[in-house]
Ligand binder design. Sequence first.
Ligand code: 5GP
Ligand code: ZN
Length: 134
Amino acid sequence: MEKCIFCKIADGEIPTATLYEDEDFRVILDLGPASKGHALILPKYHAANIYELPDELAGKAMILAKKMAVKMTEALKCDGFNIVQNNGETAGQTVFHFHMHLIPRYQGDGVGLTWTPGKLSDEEREEILAKIKA
Ligand code: 5GP
Ligand code: ZN
């Protein structure tokens, strides 16, 4: 089967600016950065999204995200840090190989990751709790 673009990048088949690599992951600079230093954590294993990602890799990815956030914040002297992960077109996913966005934030950078808060109604709260809570 034809490998996807992020499989090729993660495996080193397509050369790219790499901030970190180990046996499971490659961390690369995003080609269309939201801010200076915007990077992506790519697992070398192909999972289209979080639903397909094995638990062990999910755990390792979060630990790596933390390490990269610390390192990048120190190195880039950013004022804040977003970790973003999109699943499905509706959620803004455009490349269907699981990845985590590491987005350094700078005061006044204008990066638009906000939303207008709604209001949680009693009815909706109860409906959601009934559907999801174990
Ligand atoms: P998504 O919208 O799927 O969460 O994020 C995909 C991200 O991958 C985007 O931020 C986009 O700029 C980045 N991207 C897409 N193709 C390439 C590529 O070939 N190389 C790199 N370094 N980044 C890419
Ligand atoms: Zn892939």
